[in-house]
Design a protein around this ligand. Structure first.
Ligand SMILES: Cc1cc2nc3c(=O)[nH]c(=O)nc-3n(C[C@H](O)[C@H](O)[C@H](O)COP(=O)(O)OP(=O)(O)OC[C@H]3O[C@@H](n4cnc5c(N)ncnc54)[C@H](O)[C@@H]3O)c2cc1C
Length: 566
């Protein structure tokens, strides 16, 4: 490396605290008479940030280089991951927002997401493991039997076990109706699972005494399609009433994938051979039950995009503050940060990262309000969830790419670690429902589902609260929304991804405006929120009208030429 620069992770506590305040977090705490206040929440973030910077971040590069390995005994994660994971669990970070009935700390989900943003920034590969456990916890809280809850939830919440999602099969990716793994009833009232799952994150490891697998499978003689699929719980080691691990169950990893990024997260091919399992919830409701917990899982993946964007930005900034090149225009330092184009890139990265953080944490606070019975908050959090997932993961890739650009050739060289964030971020738009599918969810279930009511109410709020500079883009979103609602079918589907981007861009701008308001003008840092908003308006929102044209272009130009190879 010709130039050394700071590549450590610096927890963005001030930005997280601001995004939470702008998202109405403090008001939520007061209105719902929780014991927690804003100050204590920030202290929690500081403790988490310091732990993650010290324990997770130093292992990130090793995870990328060494990855996980598999032998006859199973999967062994990167050296050091196990100890870091144990410390994470022992410090209670796994239990933050979980239900106190099973040992959770009962804190708001929004705080959990803020902590997980830092975990993802510090070491995304390792953070994926407890992220999936959160999904398993949610599924069992909502659909588990009292016995399953009493036996499994305390272990998942404490982190003594981890959880997985065994959904995907070679022929069943986006289309889970094509799942063929079989579940045959056995003589003891349980089930035996047989089949193969692919791409299962953290499907095996030796960091904990047991693993709780949630598996989609099909009973014999079940109807074809989604209504024939049920959800099952199978543990790596069979357990009796006391929960102690016993004999090895017939669910194991046969190989791990070599892949573009997140090398430290083992992506497993799972074989199910007469695996003992129990039904979770109702027969035939497996996919619907998985979808109820997927809202939180989608938000976690959105937060992963934000975390990686933050980390990539920090490294690019540090490079720009140390690299001298040419005669500079905005100052006489000779540092590349004093070139207008480098400042443009860094400003765009900062603005998009803050906007995506605002979007995800606002969605999380709305979900917290929804959990307290607020129906309007529930509708809005459901509307924002696909946008938070897809837009924030796209921001993760874009910001990580800009970070490479700022670091020039050094960004492209693996030694600096900049390339890892770009490679790690690339999975976000693919898993937990591809971003194309999020766009279909947005225009189908969320827009057409209520005739555009939830979106129009958000648009009205942006008109009422937002400054003049935001309004042209809000109007572009309004007219694109009206067009989609009056053009169902192929034309609307062709514009879905463009619409999600437009919605993300505009709502992202609104999030930045709320941060301007929440920050005030006391310090230079507070005042700089206005510049970030202005830069976002000129660099991003100036394209809203053109983006609306992409939404309304229709399907006429999409084929059949797309079949041609030459
Ligand atoms: C690293 C990694 C980790 C993963 N972890 C897990 C895990 O822990 N558990 C698990 O169960 N799965 C996991 N997955 C699987 C992941 O969720 C799937 O890869 C994803 O759902 C997409 O499925 P697919 O790869 O089969 O793509 P396909 O379904 O073949 O899709 C290919 C393309 O076609 C588009 N497409 C497909 N259907 C439609 C449609 N109806 N309308 C419009 N466009 C469509 C998609 O958007 C996509 O662009 C993981 C995958 C990877 C790579």
């Amino acid at each position: 490396m010709s130039q050394t620069y700071d590549v450590s992770f610096r927890p963005p506590i001030r930005s997280l605290a601001l995004a939470l305040r702008a998202a109405g977090y403090a008001a939520f705490l007061t209105e719902n008479a929780t014991d927690l206040d804003e100050e204590t929440s920030i202290a929690v973030l500081e403790a988490a940030g310091s732990f993650l910077a010290n324990e997770f971040a130093p292992l990130n590069r090793r995870g990328d280089i060494d990855g996980a390995r598999i032998d006859a005994e199973g999967v062994h994660p990167t050296l050091g991951f196990s100890e870091a994971y144990q410390a994470f669990a022992n410090n209670g970070w796994n239990a933050l927002a979980a239900d106190p009935r099973w040992g959770g700390e009962g804190l708001p989900k929004a705080l959990e997401f803020a902590v997980f943003e830092m975990a993802q920034a510090a070491n995304a590969s390792l953070a994926i493991c407890p992220m999936l456990t959160q999904g398993a916890i949610e599924a069992l809280v909502q659909h588990g039997t009292p016995r399953q809850q009493a036996l499994v939830l305390p272990r998942l919440i404490s982190g003594a076990w981890t959880g997985t999602m065994n959904l995907t099969e070679p022929q069943a990716g986006t289309d889970l109706a094509a799942v063929v793994t079989r579940a045959d009833p056995d003589a003891q009232g349980g089930y035996r699972l047989n089949g193969q799952k692919i791409f299962i994150s953290w499907g095996d490891h030796d960091m904990t005494e047991n693993i709780c697998h949630l598996v989609l499978a099909r009973l014999p003689n079940s109807p074809p399609g989604i209504s024939g699929i049920s959800l099952f719980l199978a543990t790596k080691f069979e357990v009796g009433a006391d929960g102690a691990p016993g004999a090895r169950n017939g669910i194991y990893c046969s190989s791990i994938e070599k892949k573009l990024g997140i090398h430290g997260s083992p992506t497993c091919v799972m074989m199910l051979e007469d695996a003992h399992a129990e039904l979770v919830g109702d027969i035939g409701k497996g996919v619907a039950q998985m979808f109820t917990m997927m809202n939180s899982a989608r938000l976690h993946v959105g937060i992963q995009g934000v975390g990686l964007a933050e980390r990539a930005y920090q490294q690019a900034l540090s490079y720009a503050l140390g690299r001298k090149q040419g005669r500079t225009i905005l100052g006489s330092s000779g540092l590349i940060i004093d070139h207008p184009d480098v400042r443009r890139m860094l400003g765009l990265m900062r603005a998009k990262t803050d906007a995506a953080r605002g979007l995800c944490l606002t969605t999380a606070v709305l979900a917290d309000r929804a959990a307290h019975g607020d129906k309007a908050a529930k509708r809005r959090s459901e509307l924002l969830t696909p946008i938070a997932k897809a837009w924030s993961t796209d921001v993760g890739v874009e910001v990580a790419s800009l970070a490479l650009q700022v670091q020039g050739g050094m960004g492209f060289i693996e030694e600096t670690g900049a390339a890892q964030y770009y490679r790690d971020a690339r999975i976000g738009p693919i898993y937990e429902g591809t971003n194309g599918i999020q766009a279909l969810d947005l225009i189908g279930r969320k827009l057409a589902g209520d005739g555009g009511e939830a979106m129009m109410s958000l648009i009205d709020d942006m008109v009422a609260e937002g400054p003049l500079a935001l309004q042209p883009s809000v109007e572009a979103l309004r007219s694109a929304t009206a067009w989609l609602l009056s053009h169902p079918g192929a034309d609307a589907l062709a514009g879905a991804t463009a619409y999600l981007k437009l919605a993300g861009d505009v709502v992202g701008g609104f999030m930045l405006w709320r941060q301007v308001q929440a920050a005030g003008i006391a310090s230079e840092w507070d005042r700089s929120r206005m510049s970030i908003f202005n830069l976002y308006v000129s660099q991003v929102l100036s394209g809203a009208a053109g983006q609306a044209q992409a939404v309304t272009a229709g399907a006429a130009d999409l084929g059949p030429w797309t079949y041609a190879i030459n």
